[in-house]
Design a protein around this ligand. Structure first.
Ligand code: URA
Length: 187
């Protein structure tokens, strides 16, 4: 079912479907161009995101901004959100039940934005949206098409901050995204 942005955000702000909402400062629904051709989906808010109510504004977010700029775009031209809208305690990986509880909101976001391409940032996004046994190291950079939307898993920017040697592969993945957007534009 497709709702409006207002009712979707109202639902997210009122949500108590899992325990994550108990200890947060702010819900972090996501932000960006609601008509974007390109969407980025991360894992869940960290401390900075929780304080500001905005997705990807901390250190990983600053790297994401640079990655988007290297693709010739700005953050304002894409839509950025996460699997879960509430910060997990100590930045732990969201439990599958928490991701499942939050998934209907993400599905609505995708239905409203109708992006052509979605970049899945990291294993949590790929496991939640592709399959639970997804292995990011082995399977990043491989396209999957779902209901006319192209999904590409790549490394999470936080993983790139921890291990710079992954940046080369990540850049290769982002180049695939740029080429796909160009192809789709030409169609
Ligand atoms: N990591 C994420 O997955 N999402 C954010 O919004 C910030 C850090």
């Amino acid at each position: 079912m497709k709702t409006s942005w207002q009712s979707l955000y109202d639902e997210i702000f009122a949500c108590e479907k899992c325990e994550l909402c108990r200890r947060i400062h702010n819900k972090v629904p996501g932000q960006g161009d609601i008509h974007a051709r390109l969407m980025f989906i991360g894992e869940g808010p960290g401390a900075d995101e929780d304080m500001q109510g905005m997705a990807f504004v901390g250190a990983a977010g600053q790297l994401l901004t640079k990655m988007i700029a290297a693709m010739g775009m700005t953050r304002e031209e894409v839509y950025i959100c996460n699997i879960v809208k509430c910060r997990p305690p100590q930045n732990r990986t969201p439990f599958p039940e928490e991701a499942a509880a939050c998934l209907p909101y993400l599905r609505e976001q995708v239905a409203l934005v109708r992006p052509q391409v979605i970049v899945l940032l990291g294993a949590t996004a790929a496991k939640t949206l592709l399959r639970p046994d997804f292995r990011i190291t082995r399977e990043h950079g491989q396209w999957e098409e779902r209901k006319g939307v192209w999904l590409l898993p790549t490394y999470h920017p936080a993983a790139l901050l921890r291990d710079e040697s992954k940046k080369r592969d990540a850049w290769h993945d982002l180049q695939l995204v740029m080429a796909k957007l160009k192809d789709l534009e030409a169609q």
